[in-house]
Ligand binder design. Sequence first.
Ligand code: PEP
Length: 261
Amino acid sequence: MARPFLFGTNFKMNQTPAASAAFYQQLAASVQIRPGTGLFVIPPFTSLGAVTEVAGQPPHRIWVGAQNVHWAPEGAYTGEISVRMLLALGLDLVLLGHAERRQYFHETDVELNRKAQSALEGGLRVLLAVGETAEERSFDVGREIVLRQLKIGLHEVRAEHTELLQIAYEPVWSIGAGGTPAHPEDVSPMAEAIRSGLEALFGERGNQVPILYGGSVDPVNAGTFTALPDIDGLFVGRAAWSVEGFIATYEAGIRGWHGDG
Ligand code: PEP
């Protein structure tokens, strides 16, 4: 079975509810979703209600995701949001393990595993982000770090839940305004390692999990990453924060996709 091509963006701590809803509406009205591909947007928590309202009944044509979730169904966890709450809003997806959450909020792989288990058990799609820092890369342990994040993050995840799973490989040194763009030669061996890691965890089902690349992607370089055999889409920040940029980067990614374009 062919893996789908997935493309989406995370707005991080940006946008008011009105701005997120306007973005979603404009995107939905102007993007042509190609067969075999899927799109998603991940606004901040405070925008989720406004976005799901304009998105209509789930499952949404353009998936709506949250940037984090707690593992407990409810309880004394001030400031946190549960899977149940996200599902009540009609969300399609949750992003787990973004580099900024790991770095600034000290999220551990064990915690991410609890979050992933809870989301998947609830039927919510999970986009698990993995990636090595510049320092880890300088010691040539990027592969080990990423495999560790994958193995712990997905520990004891049931094989049938892989249908709800996607991985974002985001080298920490390449993301955000201070990032150094990666080259496809940097990404290729890591994507291959992630694919092998998924197969070791889930057998043939691991081969069906989409791996997205993220980090300083733009319409110029998008196709160089999607041409790689183990990359099935893109997870984009800054370049996709305008509707025009989102569509241009998506189109460029599809043109390069495994050399299909
Ligand atoms: C990110 O922060 O996850 C990201 C991919 O950002 P950018 O595309 O802006 O590098």
